[in-house]
Design a protein around this ligand. Structure first.
Ligand SMILES: [Zn+2]
Length: 296
């Protein structure tokens, strides 16, 4: 009897340790090739559920550059964006750990870089590919990805490309049907929009894209986001951050975020398994959640 109990105990422990290992991202890939292979349909940012690191790239391009003062203000805005995402996750029982060099001390200083570029970075559609290529080659040459993954023990890495100029922020996500092409997922974040300061809500919106959040203000038939669905979101979730980044008074606040992550975005991120809107509007549920596939 005692021996049977011992065997059962050993067996249970073995199962528990396997479960524990598979439920956490404790072991980061040791090579970049393995990392890309392990992420499978995901891009570099993977899913917003356990630990993710943001790597910050300050771009000093042909016609703009960063000062310490502007960097410090940008960090403050990004801190608010990150805190907003963490707070929103809690409402859905998720607790992602997000790390980035946005605090005052030296902590995480190995997660930010300065890029020098002889081209001008803009928000013009014709330029985005050129800019992305430039960023990609910089990452390959200079960012110590393997070291970072091992040190911070995560395979989930998003890139924040920061520009001290005016422009429309956008995010370059990895599309699963493109194979390993464009694996690095980057948000291009401009400091200003026209002549006003861009706000933390816009940066949070772009960061959420890195992990699978869809725009809910524009039609995307592949995802089930039709005109009828947008109308529904506007009526039932008017503060949804993927619908609008403006505050109630329709103004852009610099640091404070008054928008919400509704269950619609929680569904695309994988924080919520099911929502009533899925069947009602034939929403496409990406498999696994957090991925993008434009072939559907
Ligand atoms: Zn968007």
């Amino acid at each position: 009897m005692k021996k049977t109990m011992f065997v059962i105990a050993v067996f249970t422990l073995a199962i528990l340790s396997t479960l524990y290992r598979s439920r956490t991202d404790v072991n980061a890939s040791t090579t970049n090739r393995e990392w890309k292979k392990n992420n499978n349909k995901y891009g570099s940012a993977k899913q917003l559920k356990s630990k993710s690191a943001f790597i910050i790239l300050y771009v000093n391009d042909k016609d703009s550059s960063w000062t310490e003062k502007r960097k410090s203000d940008m960090k403050k805005k990004l801190r608010h964006s990150i805190e907003f995402i963490k707070k929103s996750a809690k409402e859905y029982g998720a607790s992602p750990e997000l790390i980035a060099d946005v605090y005052d001390g030296k902590e995480y200083s190995d997660l930010s870089y300065n890029i020098k570029s002889d081209i001008s970075f803009t928000d013009k559609e014709n330029d985005t590919d050129k800019m992305y290529k430039k960023v990609k080659s910089y990452i390959n040459k200079h960012v110590k990805l393997r070291k970072i993954r091992n040190k911070y023990k995560t395979d989930s890495i998003g890139f924040l490309v920061l520009l001290n100029k005016s422009g429309v922020c956008h995010t370059h996500v990895h599309v699963a049907s493109n194979g390993k092409k464009d694996f690095y997922e980057c948000s291009m974040l401009f400091d200003k929009y026209d002549s006003r300061q861009e706000g933390a809500s816009t940066y949070a919106h772009e960061m959420l894209h890195l992990f699978g959040a869809r725009d809910l203000y524009t039609v995307s038939y592949g995802d089930g986001i039709t005109k009828r669905f947008i109308k529904y979101v506007k009526k039932h979730f008017p503060r949804e951050i993927m619908l609008t980044t403006l505050s109630k008074g329709k103004v852009q606040l610099k640091y404070k975020i008054t928008n919400k992550v509704s269950r619609i975005t929680a569904f695309f991120l994988g924080w919520k398994k099911n929502i009533p809107e899925k069947d009602r509007f034939y929403l496409y549920a990406p498999k696994p959640r957090g991925t993008w596939d434009m072939s559907v």
